[in-house]
Ligand binder design. Structure first.
Ligand SMILES: [Ca+2]
Length: 490
């Protein structure tokens, strides 16, 4: 009992000392501090049956029934994983479940819910200290949209009969700007993402950004890998999907593209896949890999490198799929928790560590899936080690990189690496394991801890003595009372 109590105090003290940097809340968080969970309303959770118009849950190309109310009621699944931005795709009346074939920008998609349902979702997201992001699709609009019928000159027709808005047309520009300004005036959303950003007119993007930010300084993001552009707060890092997927689809992969990628990632959106394409899991399955192990390492990489992580819904359960409809399965939340817990650990680390989000990045070693890098700022420093190879690896860190009289405290595997007699620190990692080491002062026999424990021990003994004394007093009182009662009944 006593041993358990003391070890409980000890781990609490150690946890406190690890979680020193305060995490930013919704008010103070900037885009560079966020992590984004990307979902399609139709594929998250079906809460209301009254909006299930011709829903066919067995047909991946049809509406499956998910709605705003479902997202609101199951928000804790996302909140608990530690994401700070919920991105829900397009929300406007659409011919398709993914919201791309917009039929009317002035209506919410009826399968998703009403204006009240959307507002309730927005409130729920904010109550949970998250932000809400929606997508603006303009390049595959439905022929039924009145913009198409009234102003055919604003559009070019795609091969599949949908219409792409010509954002270099000044009337089309004005219509889109007016719609977006109205929308963010009506609803306190926190950001917009322009779909197929690479196809939009750069001059239009700059104007659009300026006009919407006059109303409120919300995030304006790109969904495409591209060079930074005036007006966009963040773009997807060029090459990020291919490099991450090639490095982690299997073990013993060529990881030589990672150092350069990580050097350029600061302030950019980083993702291994997106709602527009095939899922990473399909790569892993195609080489007969074991998705949970692969995803674990990939997530360790994603959340400990510079940049703003964007994670598709279903990543936490290793959802697969080659093409968008097939990769957009209805989310099954009642599955294996292991990967979910790993993501929780990583976001918890990232959300509480400024160095991990925006600190300096130093690549220390990269060799065929054996990666070691350092993330640090003036307050804290971390060594991240990822062994994505088929054998146990080790690496000796010189004292210049770590400092003297330090120790490396592993967060996930609980390893502690102490300084060797020659001043170095030797990291050893089993195959297919990722670990983050916090660089802290060497603990050894730390007199401050022992002192604190002694004080706590005496406080506890005093508490026991008080309880014992009170118990004794109560017994004495009861005895006296029963004697009195006996006397009076006699
Ligand atoms: Ca529904």
């Amino acid at each position: 009992m006593k041993v358990k109590w003391i070890s409980g105090i000890l781990s609490a003290v150690m946890l406190l000392s690890l979680a020193a940097p305060a995490s930013a809340d919704e008010e103070t968080r900037e885009l560079k501090d966020e992590s984004i969970y990307d979902v399609l309303v139709d594929r998250y959770f079906n809460k209301q049956v009254e909006n299930d118009y011709e829903v066919t849950a067995t047909d991946s190309a049809a509406f499956n029934g998910g709605d705003f109310a479902g997202l609101a009621s199951e928000i804790l699944h996302i909140k608990d994983m530690g994401f700070t931005v919920l991105s829900i795709g397009p929300v406007f009346a659409s011919a398709t479940y993914d919201g791309k074939q917009v039929m009317d920008f002035n209506q919410f998609e009826r399968h998703f819910g009403t204006e009240e349902d959307f507002t309730a979702l927005l409130d729920t997201v904010h109550e949970n200290d998250m932000k809400l992001l929606i997508d603006i699709p303009t390049q595959q609009m439905s022929s039924e949209h009145f913009w198409v019928t009234d102003n055919p000159e604003w559009f070019t027709e795609n091969e599949d009969g949908t219409y792409a808005l010509d954002t270099s047309n000044s009337e089309a520009q004005q219509a889109l700007i007016e719609f977006a300004r109205n929308f963010i005036q009506l609803y306190e959303i926190d950001g917009l993402r322009l779909q197929e950003t690479e196809k939009l007119d750069p001059g239009f993007i700059a104007d659009f950004s300026e006009e919407i930010k006059e109303i409120r300084d919300i995030y304006l993001l790109s969904d495409a890998e591209m060079e930074p552009l005036e007006g966009l707060d963040a773009v997807v890092l060029p090459g990020v999907e291919e490099t991450l997927r090639n490095s982690y689809r299997n073990f013993d992969q060529d990881t030589s593209g990672l150092p350069e990628l990580m050097e350029n990632a600061d302030g950019k959106l980083i993702q291994a896949d997106s709602l527009h394409g095939s899922r990473v899991t399909s790569d892993i399955v195609s080489v007969k890999g074991f998705p949970p192990t692969r995803m674990r390492l990939l997530m360790t990489q994603l959340f400990t490198m510079p940049g703003i992580p964007v994670v598709q819904y279903g990543t936490e359960i290793a959802m697969s799929g080659e093409t968008p409809a097939e990769s957009h399965q209805l989310l099954n939340m009642a599955v294996e928790q292991e990967l979910i817990e790993h993501i929780q650990n990583l976001t918890s680390l990232r959300n509480s560590s400024e160095a991990m989000r925006t600190g300096d990045m130093e690549m220390i070693h990269e060799e065929d899936g054996w990666l070691i890098y350092k993330r640090s700022n003036d307050e804290e420093a971390w060594i991240v080690a990822i062994n994505n190879s088929s054998s146990t690896r080790n690496f000796t860190l010189p004292a210049e990189l770590v400092g003297s009289d330090k120790q490396l405290q592993g967060l996930f595997e609980n390893d502690i690496v102490r300084q060797e007699a020659n001043g170095t620190y030797k990291i050893t990692l089993d195959r297919e394991i990722g670990e983050t080491f916090h660089i802290i002062e060497e603990r050894g026999f730390n007199m401050a801890y022992i002192g604190a424990l002694i004080v706590l021990y005496f406080v506890f003994m005093f508490f026991l003595w008080v309880v014992w004394k009170k118990g004794r007093q109560r017994k004495a009182d009861e005895a006296a009372k029963s004697v009195n009662t006996e006397q009076s009944s006699n």
